[in-house]
Design a protein around this ligand. Structure first.
Ligand SMILES: Nc1ncnc2c1ncn2[C@@H]1O[C@H](COP(=O)(O)OP(=O)(O)OP(=O)(O)O)[C@@H](O)[C@H]1O
Ligand SMILES: [Mg+2]
Length: 263
């Protein structure tokens, strides 16, 4: 029983989030509705040492779900437990064990990776000695030593991405949450990221990512949750969800079943 409990590193229970739409958003979404249900009673769990992929089309509620799990926004209903800590009741404890990465993270170009690592480490309250040790290990492991004293503005996209990635785990979180990890990246930089995620798993971390890329889930993930219209429509180990089908076939089967033919 104990093992079963500690193996579950993320447990989301009936998460719900509704946004109030501004006039501008109503125009953009071509709707007269003033409210939009982004996440509609979502439950799932992710296990220790695994990579979990939240797969869903645009607007399915992936980013909203991950932002709730990272305590950036509050759910209207439901709760999630990260390493057993309630996101509602113990948000700081959740923040301490989560590293949140978004593709849109932009690093300050004037500073060096070395400086930024120290800065974010101090922000997370990492002790100086521990920080020095972590920097040494992570910079060596991910090949950052060679450019640790170069200003971020002078680095390639792939190098910058590596820096963002190590910064997100500066406080040694057990869980790494990554929204659309390879969005907008070329194949080389995307590989930097996918290799990094696989390496995090080898290091014993648990990864929760969102994506609409089937091949990324098939390549990297142990478990998958398929989200459509803010609801989890299928969830489980990759082989269990797909059976004899490819993930793409399975997704379209589910999608058609819910929404009819794709136009
Ligand atoms: N702050 C907000 N205000 C109003 N509506 C929002 C807000 N954030 C998200 N939404 C709406 O909620 C729904 C879910 O959005 P979300 O960003 O979570 O989807 P997603 O699965 O991440 O999509 P994508 O693949 O495009 O990133 C969408 O219809 C979106 O327009
Ligand atoms: Mg999104």
């Amino acid at each position: 029983m104990e093992d079963l409990f500690t193996n579950e590193i993320v447990r989301a229970e009936n998460l719900k989030k509704t946004f109030t739409l501004s006039r501008k958003q109503q125009r953009l979404e071509k709707t007269s509705e003033t409210r939009k249900v982004a996440v509609n009673g979502l439950s799932f769990s992710a296990n220790r040492g695994e990579i979990y992929g939240l797969l869903g089309p645009n607007g399915a509620g992936k980013t909203t779900t991950l932002r709730m799990l990272s305590t950036l926004i509050k759910p209207d209903e439901g709760d999630a437990y990260i390493m057993g800590h309630s996101m509602r009741k113990e948000p700081q404890k959740v923040r301490d064990c989560v590293g949140f990465l978004t593709g849109e993270l932009k690093l300050e170009t004037f500073f060096t990776p070395d400086y930024l690592f120290d800065f974010f480490g101090a922000m997370h309250g990492v002790e100086k000695e521990t920080l020095v040790k972590r920097k040494r290990e992570l910079f060596a492991r991910f090949g950052i030593d060679a450019f640790s004293q170069v200003k971020v503005g002078d680095l390639s996209t792939g190098m910058k991405q590596k820096v963002s990635l190590v910064i997100s785990i500066v406080h040694d979180p057990d869980v790494v949450i990554f929204d659309e990890p390879t969005n907008g990246l070329d194949v080389l930089t995307a590989k930097v990221v996918t290799d990094f995620l696989a390496e995090l798993k080898r290091m014993g971390k648990s990864v929760l990512l969102s994506t609409h890329i089937f091949s990324l889930v098939e390549k990297l993930c142990d478990r998958v949750g398929i989200i459509i219209d803010g609801k989890m429509v299928e969830e489980g180990p990759l082989e269990g969800v797909c059976g004899e089908k490819s993930l793409e076939e399975k997704f379209f089967e589910l999608y058609r079943g819910l929404k009819g033919e794709i136009v």
